[in-house]
Design a protein around this ligand. Structure first.
Ligand SMILES: C[S@@+](CC[C@H](N)C(=O)[O-])C[C@H]1O[C@@H](n2cnc3c(N)ncnc32)[C@H](O)[C@@H]1O
Length: 353
């Protein structure tokens, strides 16, 4: 079989989100099925791999939020898309410094890729549980947390010409080449797009249908048991007709249709749309802030000062270089955003006060 055929499965034409979902998550040939995407030898680097201090701050945020929730005796944390398990391993280490919290917390991991699940299982001890859905979480509030989770879920793309919507799709030609085309959008898609204020007046629309389906299940759980969802990702609050689908391989831009299954494919997250979505479902939403604002409010610089006291000069400069990557406006500081949606009768969450 030609490698292009693999990702079409039995279809000849697929909407962009379905096509790229096959490319990323096909159980045998998908990007996430067999290779390590993260780090120097991979294709891209994420905040937990830049510095442990990022994950420590998330751990402190989780413990502080548990306090906001009134220190409940049953308390659950779900990490969404834990990657190679780096963040979860620092969470477990950091929680030990808070024995009261540590003894009652339940940490769950939701991971789609079987390959990455295996990587996580090697790294993490028995203090975590892998789940496929949230059925077994029955008691106590839940904190859902995801770093670069949403950008990894393929999106739909549409263009609007006069008042007609057309959806980007991919066709497998007779000579097995892949071609991009736009087909008339379904009435259902048009209705959904029109229901979002944050998509109004756009000529090029990105819509994360699969991602929102995942969030719907999370919202339901939060509405039932109480809790919140904190998501950190790169994206924007003002959509601007931009096509943000991108492919990256070995830390360099790659043509979207080249190296299928060997390169990562992501899209920027529309945070205004996420906020609208959470509100429609009945959750409260804090104003979206940048990663720099969140980490600074959570005291990352103070923490760096404390730990750097016992470091040698070279280690100190390495730490501050890494901090600059997390906070600097040229790097992740401004491009990355943080959104918090919650269901609780108080709203004094750390980092957002
Ligand atoms: C870009 S990686 C981020 C990994 C990690 N959070 C980090 O910051 O290094 C995206 C992660 O989300 C997972 N993922 C994507 N879609 C998912 C879904 N629907 N359910 C669970 N995990 C998913 C991927 O397999 C991968 O672990």
């Amino acid at each position: 079989m030609n490698s292009n055929q693999i990702f079409f499965k039995k279809s000849r034409i697929l909407p962009a989100d379905q096509f790229f979902r096959n490319v990323l998550y096909d159980k045998k040939f998908g990007y996430y099925a067999s290779q390590m995407p993260f780090g120097k030898n991979g294709d891209f680097i994420t905040a937990p791999k830049i510095s442990n201090i990022f994950s420590e701050i998330i751990a402190i945020w989780i413990v502080a939020s548990w306090e906001t929730f009134g220190k409940p005796k049953n308390f659950n944390i779900v990490e969404l898309g834990p990657g190679d398990g780096s963040l979860a391993s620092i969470l477990l280490k950091s929680f030990k410094k808070f024995p009261e919290f540590n003894s009652i917390k339940n940490l769950f991991l939701l991971e789609k890729s079987n390959f990455l699940r295996k990587v996580q299982k090697k790294k993490l001890n028995k203090d975590v549980k892998w789940i496929n859905n949230f059925d077994e979480i029955k008691k106590g509030p839940v904190i859902f947390f995801g770093n670069e989770f949403f950008d990894a879920i393929p999106i739909k793309q549409f263009k609007k010409i006069k008042n007609n919507f057309f959806e980007k799709s991919y066709v497998l030609d007779k000579d097995k080449k892949i071609r991009e085309i736009f087909v008339k959008a379904s009435q259902m898609s048009v209705k959904i797009i029109k229901s979002y204020k944050s998509l109004k007046n756009l000529k090029f629309i990105e819509f994360p249908q699969f991602g929102l389906q995942e969030l719907k299940k999370i919202n339901k759980k939060i509405l039932k048991l109480g809790g919140c969802i904190l998501m950190v990702d790169y994206g924007y609050v003002k959509p601007s007709n931009q096509n943000t689908l991108q492919s990256v391989m070995k830390h360099k831009r790659n043509n979207l249709l080249h190296n299928l299954g060997k390169a990562d494919i992501t899209a920027h997250v529309n945070f205004a749309l996420l906020g609208e979505f959470f509100k429609k479902d009945g959750l409260n939403v804090k104003n979206v802030i940048t990663q720099k604002q969140f980490l600074a409010k959570m005291g990352i610089l103070e923490r760096a000062q404390v730990i750097s006291k016992t470091m040698k000069f070279r280690e100190q400069s390495d730490l501050y270089l890494r901090l600059n990557r997390l906070l600097g406006p040229k790097y992740m500081g401004d491009l990355f955003k943080v959104i918090l949606a919650y269901k609780f009768n108080k709203n004094n969450f750390a980092g957002f006060k």
